[in-house]
Write a protein that binds this ligand. Structure first.
Ligand SMILES: [Zn+2]
Length: 284
């Protein structure tokens, strides 16, 4: 992808500040948790509590490398392109967009939803309307999940988390939370609600890619494929196969690899926010 000139002021880079912690131990359990939170929808406070039983060690304060400063510029750029694109889409629908904040971190950081542990991966916290980008996660995505990580796959992950911010602004997350709390639905049914939530965030990411490319002409050959490779790697079927050796569709919370690709591409190809009603499509 080509870099654009835009940079957002809404990015808080907490890397290198020290005082955080590194996860000691890890292993497969941590990996599964990481994958779940990677594309978490709804209220992550239940999972983001500090009592996950992992030991922490202090990290030293340090200066960021040139490469890390470059990644900050990249995140500021993608944040700015999300702000511009969503401001336009909201305006087209007679609404006003409220931008999300973005926190870059490594290891551990505090969020409005609790303490974010190491190796959890990026997530969105609706309480403080902030996207938390665990930058150490992308190496793991490449090494352990076998995804080809490029600049645009990072952009896709950010756009997916921004998609949860859109759901927060539009009241979708609040509705799914009401369903969860009503006690009237089985775990299998709530998993289907979760899948619809996640696939809609993928649809919004595809919609963002289309609008932003129309304005900035930033996509290059191979970019969409890289995003799809990331989506494929974190599909529920792929994660289940790796973690438990078989696929159980009732346990899906994020959608299969094929569904994740399908909804991203639907957002990209239609460029029409009204086509993104995953709830109607999946829960009828
Ligand atoms: Zn998600």
């Amino acid at each position: 992808m080509k870099w654009t000139e835009d940079r957002s002021e809404n990015v808080d880079d907490r890397r290198g500040m020290g005082g955080g912690g590194m996860l000691v131990g890890g292993g497969l359990g941590t990996l599964i948790i990481a994958a779940i939170i990677f594309f978490l929808g709804g209220d992550p406070s239940a999972i983001l509590s500090s009592g996950m039983g992992s030991a922490q060690q202090q990290t030293e304060q340090r200066d960021l490398s040139q490469g890390e400063l470059q990644i900050r510029e990249f995140v500021r750029m993608i944040t700015a392109e999300n702000e511009q694109t969503w401001a336009k889409i909201f305006q087209e629908n007679g609404m006003q967009y409220q931008p999300a904040k973005v926190v870059m971190f490594e290891g551990v950081t505090q969020s409005g939803c609790g303490t974010a542990q190491a190796a959890m991966g990026p997530f969105y916290c609706p309480v403080d309307q902030t996207v938390y980008m665990d930058m150490s996660f992308f190496a793991e995505l490449q090494q352990r999940f076998g995804a080809k990580v490029t600049e645009f796959s990072v952009a896709y992950v950010m756009a997916h988390e921004m998609g949860h911010h859109i759901q927060n602004l539009l009241g979708t997350l609040q509705k799914t939370e009401q369903l969860r709390r009503s006690g009237r639905y089985s775990e299998t049914e709530l998993n289907r609600v979760s899948v619809a939530t996640e696939l809609q965030a993928d649809f919004y990411a595809g919609l963002w890619a289309r609008y932003t490319d129309n304005r900035e002409k930033f996509l290059e050959p191979g970019d969409l494929e890289a995003a799809m490779s990331a989506a494929e790697a974190v599909g529920d079927d792929n994660i289940q196969k790796r973690s438990q050796g078989y696929v159980n569709q009732e346990g899906f919370t994020h959608g299969s690899s094929a569904q994740r690709k399908e909804w991203f591409m639907k957002g990209y190809n239609t460029g029409d926010i009204r086509q993104g009603d995953t709830f109607n499509a999946l829960l009828r």
